[in-house]
Ligand binder design. Sequence first.
Ligand code: SF4
Ligand code: SF4
Length: 194
Amino acid sequence: MFNSQSFIEEVKSRSGQPIELCFQCQKCASGCYMARFTDHAPNQILRYIQLGLKEKALRSSMIWLCSSCEICGSRCPNGIKMFDVMDALKKIAISNNIVAEKKIRLFNDIFLDTVRSKGRIHEALMMAEYKLRTGDLFSDLDLGLKLFLKRKLPLIGKKVKDRKYLDVIFKRCFDMERKAFAKYQVRLDGGKLN
Ligand code: SF4
Ligand code: SF4
């Protein structure tokens, strides 16, 4: 069993959003263009959090497919920004080893690794690694070729000059993450994270 109250508090704290104010008007869901592709709409995710239904919220594809477009936040009469809520849920899901959309998680990891090692995005390298690791070698090949021919997909990427600042930034972010989890998170089995 897990502590549902600590789950609500954790999501509130990590997202900075007044989750208890949601009264299910569904304005967020009606404006969300990703909701048609997901198992649950944004307002449903909020209801699960209010009810302490941690597994329902964490196992939803919505938290991975949210594109942070911010439409929901601009429509909500209570100013709730769902994208911050989705981001918080994603982090909690990862720490509980729950990943509803494994390819999106993998893409996210490759993206961050590229930024960490070069300080810049290198699309060709990123896509090559993603395709090798998913085994999905041939989809979008025509699109990649078009971008390459238009010189939008350079084979040799650039690096930032002073990489040491990157390490400092990443270390600070990891430390902040660790502190946030140590303070709030309770695992699904009820045990506290170390
Ligand atoms: S930020 Fe996410 S939840 Fe909100 S409207 Fe955009 S895709 Fe939907
Ligand atoms: S728009 Fe705001 S109040 Fe309405 S359902 Fe969505 S989050 Fe809740």
